[in-house]
Design a protein around this ligand. Sequence first.
Ligand code: AMP
Ligand code: MG
Length: 337
Amino acid sequence: MATIHSGSAADLDFLADILRSGGLVAVPTETVYGLAAHALDAEACRRIFEAKGRPAYDPLIVHVASRVAADSVATFNAAAATLAERFWPGPLTLILPKKACVPDIVTSGRPTVAVRVPAHPLMRALLESSGLPLAAPSANPFGYISPTTAAHVQAGLGDRIGHILDGGPCTIGVESTIIDVRDATDPVVLRPGGVAIEALAEALGRPVRVHQPAPKPGAGLVEAEAELAPGMLERHYSPRTPLELRAAPFTAADLRTPAPGIVRVCFSRPAAEAAPDVRFLSASGDAAEAARALFALLRDLDGAGFERIVIEPAPPTGLGLAINDRLRRAAAKSART
Ligand code: AMP
Ligand code: MG
């Protein structure tokens, strides 16, 4: 089992030392828990891939303490500067040309790097006390549901890592929005996440395209997709229990009909009486609350012995897009090989 640290000044010094000497520490962020290593130490980053069972073609996000620290790993343009100014610290990751100091293993050999300044106070304290940029993907075994508490990290990776910094439950609960802003005239969201696409368009004063995966019939993502958005595997975030994402919301009549062995998950609290084993993500239908609850609920249901989880889509605006993206991937039948 890994040691869980509460984040005292002594803990932070101790964990910063581990990171400086090439070790791994699971860290809280506002999105999900990450598995962090010194981003400029290729050997330390290799250990992340090993602990997660993550394929080498899936690059890592580099977390930094400030915009100044971001400048040391990536080359900014005006659009990137605008977004950083507006949304950092926060759940927005920028894809930008990388600086030479960033090792190939972090970017899976790409000329670009993914970078963000996280908002979680303990993560920020660790970035500052270590003085390092930290590469950190989600702290879960590759392909399983992302962790939003220290206990989730312990359950998934506790036998493979030594240290977890406990910062409480994540306040956003889904991963960062990833935007490729290398072409300032055509910014493209590669992954919907904690910053709404509407807010990005507003900040940039122009429409923002959302990259649409184009799966071939019966296959995973096409090559062009893999080229632009590596690691955005069709199957991801998956419980072991089969999960079905409905095309449309449940009707009141659907929810009144019993469905033995199946747990049904609504976006908001059903207005009318429902059969047993109907759950909901947010009583009031608030997308931010639903996002915060999503991964923990999927984990609970995965351990509850149901044959199948059937879930309705979120309304497709704001954080609803990030929720639906995770559900679509959690429901996908097969991994890209
Ligand atoms: P995770 O931190 O596990 O949510 O995964 C990070 C994700 O960021 C990867 O799966 C990629 O989709 C994306 N990413 C990281 N670096 C790059 C990059 N240089 N270009 C495009 N996408 C990236
Ligand atoms: Mg992940």
